[in-house]
Design a protein around this ligand. Structure first.
Ligand code: CP
Length: 319
């Protein structure tokens, strides 16, 4: 998604400048979102649709909210009630949708690489909303934005990502985004939940959460993804929580200003204690709120080329 790119397929493709540019663009859309009428004409005449082959609450709804706030037309598509259930192939589905005149397709799929494949079939833009264990780029962007909001920036910060790293597209995208912006990342997990090799990953690895917590500015908890586990990778969820859950006792090991993050949906009582999720230092709700503005920035960046940001951001709420 560097200048002039048509798609957002992964963070690994982005430079630090690309990420910073999107975060700066997000500032404008946070301002729009705070208006009495949080709607601008920036993408009038453009059409956005979503193709979600996996369930979602946050990503799906916040893309819809983002498109509507930009005045784009939206085509709602539900895989479960579509002709996919009659056996229609991915390619035929995508070409059918494109023939109706869409400018961007937001895709979530259980298989890594599907958004890249779709990008080769269509002339419009494709946004990866999560592909298998591979990437979830808009989650990483909203995480960076939230860290910047609370800690002032990522450079020199130390972030622990804790939990089911191996099955996590969020972990992969966050590692790229956080380290590109100058943060130090430590992955904390039992060996069974780490990739077989982290060679080439710009991270440190630990199996001792208690030892890491006093040294971090942010602790990022991953959901235990029971639906992606094909074998018993932890003895039991209770034992996982004993070793790697963020309990009240462990929160007391954190520095005074350290924040707690989670991409959602949370398994309260497993990777995060129920009361920890609601502490003031937990920024989970801010992550969701920032997700709308970040996705407005991404859609505007892909579809608003040639448009003038200043004039396009004039809405009723500005007058
Ligand atoms: N964080 C995230 O991707 O949440 P959803 O699965 O609800 O979209």
């Amino acid at each position: 998604m560097s200048g002039g790119a048509r798609h957002l397929l992964g963070v690994e493709d982005l430079s630090a400048d690309d990420i910073e540019r999107l975060l700066t663009l997000t500032d404008s859309f946070v301002e729009v979102s705070r208006r009495r009428m949080p709607k601008v004409p920036a993408l009038q005449g453009r059409t956005v649709t979503w193709l979600f082959y996996e369930d979602s609450t946050r990503t799906r709804l916040s893309f819809e909210q983002a498109a509507k706030r930009l005045s784009a037309d939206t085509l709602s598509f539900s895989v479960s009630t579509s002709s996919v259930s009659k056996g229609e192939s991915l390619r035929d589905t995508v070409e059918t949708i494109e023939a109706m005149g869409v400018d961007a397709i937001v895709v979530r799929h259980r298989s890594a690489g599907v958004p890249h494949q779709i990008a080769q079939w269509v002339s419009g833009s494709v946004v990866n909303a999560g592909d298998g264990w591979h990437e979830h780029p808009t989650q990483a962007l909203l995480d960076c934005y939230t860290i910047r909001e609370h800690l002032g920036g990522l450079a020199g910060r130390h972030i622990a990502i804790v939990g089911d790293i191996n099955h996590s597209r969020v972990a992969r995208s966050d590692v790229w985004a956080f380290t590109r912006l100058g943060a130090e990342v430590t992955l904390v997990a039992p060996p069974t939940l780490l990739p077989s090799s982290t060679e080439g990953w710009p991270v440190r690895v630990s199996h001792d959460l208690d030892a890491v917590l006093p040294h971090v500015d942010a602790v990022y908890l991953l959901r235990m993804q029971r639906e992606r586990m094909t074998e018993a990778l932890v003895p039991s969820l209770r034992e996982y929580t004993t070793g790697f859950g963020l309990t009240r006792r462990r929160v007391d090991l954190l520095g005074e200003k350290a924040i707690v993050m989670h991409p959602g949906p949370m398994n309260r009582g497993v990777e995060i204690a129920a009361d920890v999720a609601d502490l003031p230092r937990s920024v989970v709700v801010d992550q969701v709120r920032n997700g709308v503005a970040v996705r407005m920035a991404v859609l505007f960046d892909l579809l608003g080329s040639g448009r003038e940001l200043g004039r396009d951001l004039e809405g009723e709420g500005t007058r």
